[in-house]
Design a protein around this ligand. Structure first.
Ligand SMILES: [Zn+2]
Length: 113
């Protein structure tokens, strides 16, 4: 399961930060996950609970912020957001969209002690 390895890398980032910023308990981790990141949120939350066991993030809440797909609509010449990679522009109906974001997967913030 790909979510398991994502959570393992999240935990290693947390542990690295814990050393740098010297905290020893994480209460909440807020993650930004783009719609194109290919992450199953239920699986991610489950994996997070499993992977954090015995780490400083054990028992921490995982808060996920889902980010839409962002793109550039060429006919409109402006930045737009769409729900999926092959959606049309909501304003002009064009499919001439260059995808610029939506595959984010990063820790936005943490609450620590
Ligand atoms: Zn458009």
């Amino acid at each position: 399961m790909h979510e398991m390895s994502i959570c393992e890398s999240i935990v290693s980032v947390i542990e690295e930060q814990a050393m740098v910023q010297s905290f020893d308990k994480v209460n909440m981790v807020r993650l930004e996950v783009g719609a194109l990141a290919g992450v199953e949120l239920e699986a991610l939350k489950f994996s997070f609970d499993v992977v954090t066991r015995g780490s400083i993030a054990e028992g921490a809440t995982l808060d996920v912020i889902e980010l839409p797909v962002s793109g550039w609509c060429m006919p409109c010449a402006k930045a737009i957001t769409v729900r999926e990679r092959y959606d049309a522009c909501a304003d002009c109906g064009s499919y001439q969209i260059q995808i610029t974001g939506g595959d984010e997967l990063r820790i936005k913030e943490m609450e620590v002690d």
